[in-house]
Design a protein around this ligand. Sequence first.
Ligand code: GLC
Length: 645
Amino acid sequence: MACAAEAILQVLSGPRLFNSDSCFHKSNSLPSSKYYATGERESGFVYKPNLRSRKCYPTHSLAESFSCKCQQAESVSGAAISDNEINGVANASILDNFGVARELGHEKVRISSKLHTTSIDSIEDEAWDLLRASMVYYCGNPIGTIAANDPNDSSLLNYDQVFIRDFVPSGIAFLLKGEYDIVRTFILHTLQLQVSFELSELLVHLIVTLDNPKNFRIILPFVICLGLDMSWEKTMDCHSPGQGLMPASFKVRTVPLDGDDSATEDVLDPDFGEAAIGRVAPVDSGLWWIILLRAYGKCSGDLSVQERVDVQTGIKMILKLCLADGFDMFPTLLVTDGSCMIDRRMGIHGHPLEIQALFYSALLCAREMLAPEDGSADLITALNNRLVALSFHIREYYWIDMKKLNEIYRYKTEEYSYDAVNKFNIYPDQIPPWLVEWMPNKGGYLIGNLQPAHMDFRYFSLGNLWSIVGSLATTEQSHAILDLFEAKWAELVADMPMKICYPALEGEEWRIVTGSDPKNTPWSYHNGGSWPTLLWQLTVACIKMNRPEIAENAVKIAERRISRDKWPEYYDTKRARFIGKQARLFQTWSIAGYLVAKLLLANPGAAHILVNVEDMELVNAFSCMLSANPRRKRSRKGLKQSYII
Ligand code: GLC
């Protein structure tokens, strides 16, 4: 509790962590569509306003936004400007009311080509210009990148927001370029948006910690808000998500400052899924946040961010949310459909591979970053136990190759016993006809999902690639996944890398599983569409396995048309021949994914900031479990053992 209270105080008391420069803007002193923070000083505190409430409150209230008064990470101030000066981009000319660089896409390229002495001949230069043009500003500092930046598209939906998952390749590109500040700002401000303590819980923490009466000014606003029955947090139909949840996306809004018509201030407005299509909760956001945090420390050498008490608390809250006991019998995370990159109904509810791969990698990253302290011993034990159980479960039950497929083909069913071979009661008739033809003799992959009596045999790229990167897959399996990738190049890469999943759901299956989703028609979007952003994950996986030529070949294919096609979000058709039916153009993570792939191929050693090397203690625990596995050895002995590292 002391730690939590300390974290809260660190957040609340402002000056130690944040400059208290107010970030509001006098509209009459600035060009109409552009502004900079005036940097006026306020004596106020900084609070973490996304507190949970049990009460309903009107939407779009003050409560819903995180107003900047102004949270600025200590060392960020000014540095972003210098980054951009180095690169010759004039920030002042590209900001608009949403804090977004608005001289978009190709127009921006023309503008910056005048400013740059270098030309934009190469695709890489163009990509850098576009990436910088997608930067979103908060209080005058870059805080993220907008999802899509197409000047000719007025139907942006929520593509004008900063998505946590979409920012990861942007952040990595900036890190690899030595521009650390935007990533640091992103990490610290998204932390502020994380679903935090119950208001009442917070008050207890505060009261316990407040031994100095002077600190009463910190607690006062919370007391007032309680009294006024106000809340600062997002809910859906009066239900709040669990503590530790990170938003899917956020928007920087510029709003009039209370009581002053001529001034504006920036507020951060997060979306936890309560406005998203289908109201999907973004399970992957917190996991990506941890992965990016570790990459930031490894790349910049600045460990002070991960060592901060509020950051440590943020990591622990994500872990607690993921490690919480539930009804589940499996060590995999149980989630709803659409809780990750595939954020619409696609039949991936349950235990989708993508979430498990990110979960495993985030657990390893968090273990590296958690400061050893008495209070976290139980958490570390739970984390270690989960790592072992998770890797065992995925490696054993998600793996499929010719040999395993043949085993499943001959499965006996309805085995009621502790030492059943067919534990999940998979009926062999479930093996889809396409797989019988498709499975190469050499190679294999991790299936998309495993549930009682159900194996989702679809191949999902991100889950497989990140299982290699995070060492969830064994070395042998990792090579086999890349073997399959090479063997199935014509289907998985074809004219544009790479398929998000294979194959597409068609006909009646599409109708039932997607709910007749017109965006996810066969071989489009999430349903077998091809997403250039996946190039960066492919590159990290290939470099880790010392097979960079696979990624090199994929990048070459992308280079043939990605710039000419204006950096689409995704491509359609079996061979990825068309720009996606509803694909955004100038999609930032297509641009950033390409850049990360190029940067890493030029400097493969840098991939270590993302890779998790296999832990030998885990390997040992894993082999203990393997020898106790009844599929290999029919005995209950050993199964009761718990593996505490
Ligand atoms: C789509 C993608 C999602 C992405 C978002 C913004 O909804 O499915 O993964 O984060 O667009 O680009």
